[in-house]
Design a binder for this molecule. Structure first.
Ligand code: HEC
Length: 290
C-alpha cells in the first residue's frame, strides 16, 4: 500500500473518530446545560409555589375560616391546593408547556389521578420514607420533560376533615367533588405526590442542532486540512521519492550518469538525494576507471 493511501486511510479514521468525539461531547455538553437549566427552573417554581402555600396557610386561611360561615366550602378560598393549581393555570397562560400536578392514587378531583409514572413515584416515596424529592427526565404524551416531585404525606389531622370520612367533609365540598373518591385517607399515609414538569424537548432539539452544526464545521475544517496536507504530501514527499526512485534505477543501470540528481530540500529527502548523487558520482568514476 502506497504512502498516499495509507496516509488517507489513517487520516480518515482519526478524523472520523475526532469528529464523533466532538459531536458527541458538544451534544452532551448542551444537553447537560439544558438539564441544569430545567433543574433550576423547577427549583425556583417549586420554592415560589411553596411560598404561596405558606402565605395561604399562615395569612389567608385563618382569616377565611373566621369570615366564612361554618360548613360552607368555597374551593378557591378554602383549599390551598386549588389556590396553587389555579395560580399555576394563570402562569401557564404566559408560560405554556409547564405542568403542575398534585397526583394522587385516590383524588377528589379526577384530573389529579396519578398516571403510571406518578404511581411509580408514589410507590418509591412510600417504600423509602427518607426520600424527600425525586428528579429525572421522562416522556409524557410524546413530549420530553424534566420532573421534580415531592411526597405529600397526610401529616395533619385537619387533612382528614376533608379527606377522611365523607360524612365529616364540608357539605359544599361533597356537592362539588362527590363522595365516591378522594376520601378515607389515613393519617401518616403517602398516597400523593406534587410534581412539576419542565418541558425540555426544545432544549434537547437545540442541543442536537448545535452538535450537528459543530459536526458540519468540524467536517468542513478537517476536509480542508486533509486536502492541504494531501497536496503537501504529494508535492513534498511522494513526487520527490518517485523521482529519486527513477534516478536510482537509472544509476544502477549506468544511465544518464552525467546528469546530477537535483537536490531541492534540506530535509531527509534532500539528504537522500545528496546520497544518491554521491552514489551517481562513484558509479560514474568506477565505470570510467574500467
Ligand atoms: C378544607 C378541606 C381540605 C383540607 C383541610 C385539606 N384538603 Fe386536600 N383537597 C381539598 C380539595 C377540595 C381538593 C381538590 C382540589 C382541586 O380541585 O384541585 C384537595 C386536593 C388535595 C390533593 C390533590 C389530590 C386530590 O384529592 O384531588 C392532595 C394531595 C391533598 N388535597 C392533600 C391534602 C393534605 C395532605 C391535607 C392536609 C395537610 C389536605 N389535603 C387538607 C380539600 C381539603
Amino acid at each position: 500500500m502506497g504512502i498516499r493511501v495509507r496516509f488517507l486511510i489513517m487520516m480518515g479514521i482519526l478524523s472520523l473518530l475526532a469528529l464523533i468525539a466532538l459531536g458527541w461531547s458538544s451534544y452532551e455538553f448542551s444537553r447537560r446545560a439544558a438539564m441544569d437549566e430545567a433543574k433550576n427552573k423547577a427549583e425556583i417554581i417549586f420554592k415560589y409555589l411553596m411560598a404561596q402555600r405558606q402565605f395561604y396557610k399562615k395569612d389567608q386561611s385563618p382569616l377565611i375560616s373566621e369570615l366564612v360561615e361554618k360548613d360552607r366550602f368555597y374551593p378557591s378560598l378554602m383549599s390551598g391546593f386549588v389556590a396553587t393549581r389555579k395560580t399555576f393555570d394563570y402562569f401557564t397562560n404566559t408560560m405554556p408547556g409547564f405542568v403542575l400536578k398534585y397526583a394522587s392514587t385516590n383524588p377528589l378531583l379526577e384530573s389529579n389521578r396519578a398516571d403510571n409514572n406518578e404511581l411509580k413515584m408514589i410507590k418509591s416515596f412510600k417504600t423509602t420514607p427518607s426520600m424527600k424529592e425525586m428528579q429525572g427526565t421522562m416522556t409524557k404524551n410524546g413530549i420530553d420533560f424534566f420532573y421534580h416531585a415531592i411526597p405529600m404525606k397526610v401529616d395533619n389531622k385537619k387533612c382528614l376533615n376533608c379527606h377522611g370520612d365523607p360524612a365529616d367533609a364540608p357539605k359544599d365540598q361533597v356537592e362539588i367533588y362527590g363522595s365516591t373518591q378522594g376520601y378515607n385517607w389515613k393519617m401518616g399515609e403517602i398516597a400523593s405526590t406534587l410534581v412539576i414538569y419542565i418541558p425540555i424537548s426544545g432544549a434537547i432539539a437545540q442541543a442536537k442542532q448545535s452538535a450537528l452544526i459543530l459536526l458540519g464545521i468540524g467536517a468542513g475544517g478537517l476536509l480542508f486540512t486533509m486536502f492541504f496536507i494531501g497536496i503537501w504530501l504529494e508535492k513534498g514527499v511522494v513526487e520527490p521519492l518517485e523521482k529519486l526512485n527513477e534516478r536510482t534505477g537509472e544509476i544502477s543501470l549506468g544511465k544518464n550518469l552525467d546528469q546530477p540528481v537535483p537536490i531541492k530540500s534540506k530535509d531527509e529527502i534532500g539528504s537522500l538525494a545528496r546520497a544518491i548523487d554521491r552514489l551517481r558520482i562513484s558509479v560514474a568514476r568506477m565505470l570510467t576507471r574500467r
